[in-house]
Design a protein around this ligand. Structure first.
Ligand SMILES: [Zn+2]
Length: 329
């Protein structure tokens, strides 16, 4: 580990103060998803001197990631992102403690994975994961920060105990666009990751003051195509299940992936409310979609109008990644 140098954070201390810097160096932050958002957020937090960073991702580095995922280089292609990120971050700031995990979070493992974390950054590009993190955070009284970016727009929201939660604010949906289906500019992903890190540092260094500020309860939206930034006030939804103690995602009731069999490298899932028309629309932008009366074929995916999805993959993890990438689930 590199030697602590008192000058290392001198410029930052002029902004957050010595006390704030001390709080950062005692903080423990988990980053779930080390793609366009997570790789930038992890690097900024490592450079800022956060005490412990836990790096979680299920994927490997691919050539198409390098346009925006700043922690990786060509030599990392084929390596798990969590491991490639870990070695790069250690080289950037060896005084930070790191943990890395190649894993797909689900309702069974989230409690164990996040048990010791003081703040969680959602960089998952996955709606199910966000509702799951929300349930866990509500139940355990932990803060987390949502982030999302697609094409030229993005959002960030701090969700701390006592504030309106993610489920108060967002509806459940299936088959949303993802970066892989709709595209993403590297300017928006780095801008959104920066805003997310700003929220994290504000929260970690000035927690008590921030908790009293009503203006901290807002959704931040940035659109770089029109250069507009908006702060949208959020409010509690009296019908929100999570706020009334019903943790449907954490309890596994909302698990979107029901595997009924696995053979010859094919994995089967059932997805509620699967919309073939919207799948066809977004996949057409990416390649050839073959269409039947009740089904679509695209790359290694076959989807049926009754919600059945077949994916050719080498492992369940790869099948889950394909489902997330092309179907946003
Ligand atoms: Zn709520």
């Amino acid at each position: 580990m590199a030697r602590e140098n008192p000058g290392r954070y001198s410029r930052q201390e002029l902004v957050v103060g010595k006390e704030g810097q001390g709080r950062l160096q005692k903080a423990r932050v988990a980053i779930i998803g080390l793609g366009a958002l997570g790789s930038v957020a992890a690097e900024l937090l490592a450079r800022a001197g956060v005490g412990h960073l836990t790096l979680i991702d299920r994927d490997i580095v691919e050539l198409s990631n390098l346009q925006r995922q700043l922690l990786y280089a060509e030599a990392d292609i084929g390596k798990p992102k969590a491991e490639a990120a870990h070695s790069r971050l250690k080289a950037i700031n060896g005084t930070v403690h790191y943990g890395s995990l190649v894993a797909d979070i689900n309702h069974k493992n989230i409690g164990k994975i996040l048990e010791d974390e003081g703040l969680v950054l959602d960089c998952t590009d996955n709606l199910y994961a966000r509702f799951l993190i929300n349930d866990w955070a509500k139940k355990r009284g932990r803060p987390w920060i949502y982030s999302a970016a697609i094409r030229e727009q993005g959002s960030v929201m701090l969700l701390a105990p006592g504030m309106p939660c993610f489920r108060c604010t967002f509806r459940e949906a299936q088959g949303l666009d993802t970066c892989d289906t709709a595209g993403i500019s590297n300017a928006i992903s780095t801008a959104i990751a920066s805003l997310q890190v700003n929220e994290a540092i504000r929260y970690l260094t000035r927690e008590k003051r921030l908790a009293k500020e009503s203006d901290s309860q807002c959704l931040i939206r940035l659109d770089i195509s029109s250069l507009s930034l908006a702060k949208i006030k959020t409010k509690k939804n009296p019908q929100c299940p999570a706020c009334s103690g019903q943790y449907e995602y954490l309890g596994g009731k909302k698990e979107p992936r029901h595997i009924s069999y696995q053979c010859s490298d094919t994995y089967q899932f059932f997805i509620d409310n699967l919309d073939l028309a919207s799948c066809e629309k977004k996949w057409k932008r990416l390649g050839t979609v073959r269409k039947g009366k009740n089904y679509l074929f695209f790359k290694n995916l076959s989807v049926f109008s009754n919600g059945r999805v077949l994916i050719k993959a080498k492992s369940l993890g790869q099948a889950n990644a394909i489902l997330s990438r092309y179907a946003g689930m």
